[in-house]
Design a protein around this ligand. Structure first.
Ligand SMILES: Nc1nc2c(ncn2[C@@H]2O[C@H](COP(=O)(O)OP(=O)(O)OP(=O)(O)O)[C@@H](O)[C@H]2O)c(=O)[nH]1
Ligand SMILES: C=C(OP(=O)(O)O)C(=O)O
Length: 220
Protein backbone atom coordinates (compact mmCIF):
# COMPACT_ATOMS: atom_id res chain seq x y z
CA UNK A 1 0.00 0.00 0.00
CA UNK A 2 2.94 2.37 0.53
CA UNK A 3 5.74 3.17 -1.84
CA UNK A 4 8.89 5.19 -1.59
CA UNK A 5 9.26 8.06 -3.95
CA UNK A 6 12.09 7.59 -6.33
CA UNK A 7 10.74 8.49 -9.79
CA UNK A 8 12.18 11.83 -10.89
CA UNK A 9 8.69 13.01 -11.83
CA UNK A 10 7.61 12.97 -8.20
CA UNK A 11 10.48 15.09 -6.92
CA UNK A 12 8.89 18.48 -7.66
CA UNK A 13 5.68 17.49 -5.94
CA UNK A 14 7.62 17.04 -2.74
CA UNK A 15 9.68 20.23 -2.91
CA UNK A 16 10.22 21.35 0.68
CA UNK A 17 9.39 19.47 3.83
CA UNK A 18 5.85 18.09 3.96
CA UNK A 19 4.27 17.01 7.23
CA UNK A 20 0.86 15.34 7.44
CA UNK A 21 -1.43 15.89 10.42
CA UNK A 22 -4.13 13.29 11.04
CA UNK A 23 -6.66 13.98 13.83
CA UNK A 24 -7.93 10.80 15.46
CA UNK A 25 -10.69 10.54 18.00
CA UNK A 26 -10.36 7.79 20.63
CA UNK A 27 -11.61 4.52 19.08
CA UNK A 28 -14.43 4.05 21.57
CA UNK A 29 -15.86 7.49 20.75
CA UNK A 30 -15.56 7.51 16.99
CA UNK A 31 -17.96 6.58 14.19
CA UNK A 32 -21.06 7.07 16.32
CA UNK A 33 -23.18 7.35 13.16
CA UNK A 34 -22.45 3.64 12.52
CA UNK A 35 -23.62 2.63 16.00
CA UNK A 36 -26.81 0.98 14.74
CA UNK A 37 -24.87 -1.38 12.49
CA UNK A 38 -21.66 -2.06 14.41
CA UNK A 39 -21.01 -2.98 18.05
CA UNK A 40 -18.69 -0.63 20.01
CA UNK A 41 -15.69 -2.98 19.79
CA UNK A 42 -16.26 -3.38 16.03
CA UNK A 43 -16.30 0.40 15.64
CA UNK A 44 -13.09 0.66 17.65
CA UNK A 45 -11.38 -1.82 15.33
CA UNK A 46 -12.87 -0.16 12.25
CA UNK A 47 -11.61 3.29 13.31
CA UNK A 48 -8.17 1.74 13.87
CA UNK A 49 -8.10 -0.04 10.50
CA UNK A 50 -9.16 3.11 8.63
CA UNK A 51 -6.58 5.22 10.47
CA UNK A 52 -3.83 2.69 9.76
CA UNK A 53 -4.69 2.77 6.06
CA UNK A 54 -4.62 6.58 5.88
CA UNK A 55 -1.42 6.93 7.91
CA UNK A 56 0.53 4.23 6.06
CA UNK A 57 -0.57 5.66 2.70
CA UNK A 58 0.52 9.17 3.73
CA UNK A 59 3.88 8.08 5.09
CA UNK A 60 4.73 6.56 1.71
CA UNK A 61 4.74 10.09 0.29
CA UNK A 62 5.32 12.77 2.94
CA UNK A 63 8.27 13.33 5.25
CA UNK A 64 6.47 12.75 8.52
CA UNK A 65 2.96 11.93 9.82
CA UNK A 66 1.70 13.29 13.14
CA UNK A 67 -1.45 11.71 14.56
CA UNK A 68 -3.09 14.13 17.01
CA UNK A 69 -5.41 12.49 19.47
CA UNK A 70 -6.91 12.57 22.94
CA UNK A 71 -5.99 8.89 23.32
CA UNK A 72 -2.35 8.24 22.43
CA UNK A 73 -2.47 4.70 23.81
CA UNK A 74 -5.34 3.76 21.49
CA UNK A 75 -3.75 5.48 18.48
CA UNK A 76 -0.41 3.76 19.03
CA UNK A 77 -2.04 0.34 19.39
CA UNK A 78 -4.28 0.90 16.36
CA UNK A 79 -1.62 2.18 13.99
CA UNK A 80 1.36 0.30 15.37
CA UNK A 81 4.81 1.57 14.46
CA UNK A 82 5.11 0.64 10.78
CA UNK A 83 7.63 3.44 10.31
CA UNK A 84 9.73 5.70 12.56
CA UNK A 85 8.40 8.79 10.72
CA UNK A 86 4.97 8.37 12.36
CA UNK A 87 4.27 9.99 15.75
CA UNK A 88 1.17 10.04 17.93
CA UNK A 89 0.86 13.19 20.05
CA UNK A 90 -1.66 14.13 22.71
CA UNK A 91 -3.93 17.03 21.76
CA UNK A 92 -3.86 20.07 24.07
CA UNK A 93 -6.79 22.01 22.66
CA UNK A 94 -10.20 20.34 22.61
CA UNK A 95 -12.24 18.98 19.72
CA UNK A 96 -11.39 18.33 16.09
CA UNK A 97 -10.32 21.89 15.20
CA UNK A 98 -8.30 22.07 18.44
CA UNK A 99 -6.44 18.87 17.59
CA UNK A 100 -5.77 20.09 14.04
CA UNK A 101 -4.51 23.48 15.29
CA UNK A 102 -2.14 21.69 17.70
CA UNK A 103 -0.80 19.47 14.93
CA UNK A 104 -0.36 22.25 12.38
CA UNK A 105 1.44 24.48 14.88
CA UNK A 106 3.74 21.57 15.70
CA UNK A 107 4.38 20.92 11.99
CA UNK A 108 5.21 24.53 11.09
CA UNK A 109 7.42 24.76 14.22
CA UNK A 110 9.14 21.67 12.81
CA UNK A 111 9.97 23.71 9.67
CA UNK A 112 7.35 22.12 7.45
CA UNK A 113 6.98 23.98 4.17
CA UNK A 114 3.52 22.50 3.70
CA UNK A 115 1.12 20.73 6.01
CA UNK A 116 -1.44 18.19 4.83
CA UNK A 117 -4.36 17.77 7.21
CA UNK A 118 -6.33 14.64 6.47
CA UNK A 119 -9.21 12.85 8.15
CA UNK A 120 -8.46 9.31 9.30
CA UNK A 121 -11.51 7.72 7.65
CA UNK A 122 -10.78 7.59 3.91
CA UNK A 123 -11.03 3.89 2.91
CA UNK A 124 -10.25 4.42 -0.80
CA UNK A 125 -7.21 6.69 -0.34
CA UNK A 126 -4.23 5.84 -2.58
CA UNK A 127 -0.66 7.06 -2.94
CA UNK A 128 -1.69 8.82 -6.17
CA UNK A 129 -4.35 10.77 -4.25
CA UNK A 130 -1.69 12.08 -1.88
CA UNK A 131 0.59 12.98 -4.79
CA UNK A 132 -2.32 14.77 -6.52
CA UNK A 133 -2.96 16.74 -3.34
CA UNK A 134 0.64 17.91 -3.28
CA UNK A 135 0.95 18.69 -7.00
CA UNK A 136 -0.74 22.15 -7.09
CA UNK A 137 1.40 25.12 -6.11
CA UNK A 138 -1.61 27.01 -4.63
CA UNK A 139 -1.16 28.23 -1.02
CA UNK A 140 -4.24 26.21 -0.03
CA UNK A 141 -5.59 22.99 -1.56
CA UNK A 142 -9.03 21.76 -0.51
CA UNK A 143 -10.42 18.25 -1.02
CA UNK A 144 -14.17 18.31 -0.29
CA UNK A 145 -16.17 15.18 0.43
CA UNK A 146 -18.26 13.77 -2.41
CA UNK A 147 -21.38 15.66 -1.22
CA UNK A 148 -19.37 18.93 -1.25
CA UNK A 149 -20.45 19.52 2.35
CA UNK A 150 -17.43 18.50 4.38
CA UNK A 151 -13.68 18.67 3.77
CA UNK A 152 -11.59 15.50 3.93
CA UNK A 153 -8.14 17.01 3.33
CA UNK A 154 -6.51 20.43 3.27
CA UNK A 155 -2.96 21.38 2.27
CA UNK A 156 -1.66 24.67 3.65
CA UNK A 157 1.63 26.28 2.61
CA UNK A 158 3.55 28.07 5.35
CA UNK A 159 2.96 31.37 3.54
CA UNK A 160 -0.71 30.91 4.54
CA UNK A 161 0.00 30.13 8.20
CA UNK A 162 -2.78 32.59 9.24
CA UNK A 163 -5.22 29.98 7.92
CA UNK A 164 -7.80 28.79 10.47
CA UNK A 165 -9.40 25.38 10.12
CA UNK A 166 -13.20 25.25 10.10
CA UNK A 167 -13.94 21.52 10.23
CA UNK A 168 -17.47 20.58 11.19
CA UNK A 169 -20.85 20.63 9.39
CA UNK A 170 -20.62 22.69 6.19
CA UNK A 171 -16.83 22.88 6.31
CA UNK A 172 -16.48 22.86 2.49
CA UNK A 173 -18.17 26.27 2.31
CA UNK A 174 -16.51 27.45 5.53
CA UNK A 175 -13.04 26.65 4.14
CA UNK A 176 -13.79 28.48 0.88
CA UNK A 177 -14.88 31.46 2.99
CA UNK A 178 -11.68 31.21 5.02
CA UNK A 179 -9.65 31.37 1.79
CA UNK A 180 -11.61 34.44 0.75
CA UNK A 181 -11.00 36.07 4.15
CA UNK A 182 -7.26 35.69 3.54
CA UNK A 183 -7.48 36.82 -0.11
CA UNK A 184 -6.32 33.39 -1.33
CA UNK A 185 -7.52 31.36 -4.29
CA UNK A 186 -7.69 27.73 -3.19
CA UNK A 187 -7.14 24.82 -5.54
CA UNK A 188 -10.14 22.49 -5.16
CA UNK A 189 -9.39 18.83 -5.83
CA UNK A 190 -12.09 16.21 -6.39
CA UNK A 191 -11.04 12.56 -6.50
CA UNK A 192 -12.88 9.44 -5.27
CA UNK A 193 -10.05 8.47 -2.92
CA UNK A 194 -10.14 11.91 -1.27
CA UNK A 195 -13.88 12.48 -1.46
CA UNK A 196 -15.01 9.16 0.05
CA UNK A 197 -15.13 9.19 3.84
CA UNK A 198 -16.96 6.67 5.96
CA UNK A 199 -19.46 8.24 8.35
CA UNK A 200 -22.93 6.84 7.77
CA UNK A 201 -24.64 3.56 6.88
CA UNK A 202 -25.18 5.02 3.38
CA UNK A 203 -21.40 5.63 3.01
CA UNK A 204 -20.84 2.04 4.13
CA UNK A 205 -23.34 0.67 1.58
CA UNK A 206 -21.73 2.70 -1.23
CA UNK A 207 -18.24 1.23 -0.75
CA UNK A 208 -16.98 -1.26 -3.33
CA UNK A 209 -17.83 -4.82 -2.16
CA UNK A 210 -14.20 -5.86 -1.75
CA UNK A 211 -13.33 -2.84 0.41
CA UNK A 212 -16.40 -3.33 2.60
CA UNK A 213 -15.61 -7.04 3.03
CA UNK A 214 -12.01 -6.30 3.99
CA UNK A 215 -13.08 -3.66 6.54
CA UNK A 216 -15.70 -6.03 7.98
CA UNK A 217 -13.08 -8.74 8.29
CA UNK A 218 -10.82 -6.33 10.20
CA UNK A 219 -13.66 -5.05 12.38
CA UNK A 220 -14.49 -8.69 13.26
N1 LIG B 1 -8.13 14.37 17.81
C1 LIG B 1 -9.43 14.45 17.51
N2 LIG B 1 -9.87 13.97 16.33
C2 LIG B 1 -11.20 14.06 16.07
C3 LIG B 1 -12.12 14.63 16.97
N3 LIG B 1 -13.36 14.56 16.41
C4 LIG B 1 -13.21 13.96 15.22
N4 LIG B 1 -11.91 13.65 15.01
C5 LIG B 1 -11.30 13.02 13.83
O1 LIG B 1 -11.63 13.86 12.72
C6 LIG B 1 -11.90 13.08 11.56
C7 LIG B 1 -13.32 13.34 11.07
O2 LIG B 1 -14.16 12.91 12.09
P1 LIG B 1 -15.74 12.81 11.94
O3 LIG B 1 -16.08 11.98 10.75
O4 LIG B 1 -16.33 14.17 12.01
O5 LIG B 1 -16.11 12.08 13.31
P2 LIG B 1 -16.04 10.55 13.71
O6 LIG B 1 -15.68 10.49 15.15
O7 LIG B 1 -15.13 9.79 12.81
O8 LIG B 1 -17.51 10.04 13.44
P3 LIG B 1 -18.92 10.48 14.12
O9 LIG B 1 -18.92 9.97 15.53
O10 LIG B 1 -19.93 9.79 13.30
O11 LIG B 1 -19.01 11.97 14.03
C8 LIG B 1 -11.61 11.64 11.96
O12 LIG B 1 -10.26 11.38 11.65
C9 LIG B 1 -11.82 11.65 13.47
O13 LIG B 1 -11.10 10.63 14.14
C10 LIG B 1 -11.62 15.14 18.22
O14 LIG B 1 -12.34 15.64 19.06
N5 LIG B 1 -10.27 15.02 18.42
C1 LIG C 1 -15.89 17.22 10.35
C2 LIG C 1 -15.96 16.93 9.06
O1 LIG C 1 -16.11 15.64 8.66
P1 LIG C 1 -17.38 14.72 8.59
O2 LIG C 1 -18.19 15.16 7.43
O3 LIG C 1 -16.68 13.42 8.37
O4 LIG C 1 -18.08 14.81 9.92
C3 LIG C 1 -15.73 17.93 8.00
O5 LIG C 1 -15.77 17.53 6.83
O6 LIG C 1 -15.49 19.10 8.30
Amino acid sequence: MTRNLSPAGDADVLAGRVIAVVPLRGGGNGKTRLAEDLAPEQRTRLVGALARHVVTTLVGVVDRVVVVTGDVGYATRAIGRPCARIDAVEQVRSGLNGAVADGVEFAFAGRAERVVVMHADLPLLTTDDVLALLAPSAPVVLAPDRAEEGTNAVVVHRSAAAWRFRFGPGSAAAHRAEAERLGLTPHVLRRPGLGTDLDTPADWARLPDGVRAELLRTAG
